[in-house]
Design a protein around this ligand. Sequence first.
Ligand code: FES
Ligand code: FES
Length: 197
Amino acid sequence: MENSNTATSERVSILDQTPSFDSLLTSSAPSSDTIPVTLYINGAEQTLQIDPRVTLLDVLREYIGLTGTKKGCDHGQCGACTVLVEGQRINSCLALAVSYDREQITTIEGLAEGEDLHPVQEAFLHHDAFQCGYCTPGQIMSAVGLLSEGHAKTDAEIREQMSGNICRCGAYANILAAVREVCDNEQNSSASAPQAK
Ligand code: FES
Ligand code: FES
């Protein structure tokens, strides 16, 4: 039978070996444990020297200071950390930042143009599609990705395509209405656009 004191001391020793969060994020000084990575975040070039185990989410929040992207579960279950990489939706909590060297990353902070909100942001305000707001950046980024993918035409398809984004406040009906509105506007404007001859 396992001696409980031995088990406890083994656990403590494992914890002692786990790198602290601060040790994963480094200063600009290179070390043998870090590698350089260049990310284009919301159009701005960011060259960092980081531990290869750091997630994109932690780089955004803790290193760059872009805290709009939220950490919910940190396990790929809730969608709060959704960002776009080259226009594709990903859960940044599951993504190692070094995997995206020289790629274009868009976060919630990169959607508005000056004072002009992105149409999805406007629609979320219009439909009151949030309560606490914690899931909202991820919901909006996911909706932006979904709209550019062009797969969702019906309410059922929008629900399915947004199903990776959990809202603990249960604002789903209003979120759906917001995404539906932008989807409809895009379909109407493309239908009324003059056809090339
Ligand atoms: S924080 Fe990434 S999916 Fe929940
Ligand atoms: S608005 Fe609170 S979790 Fe979605």
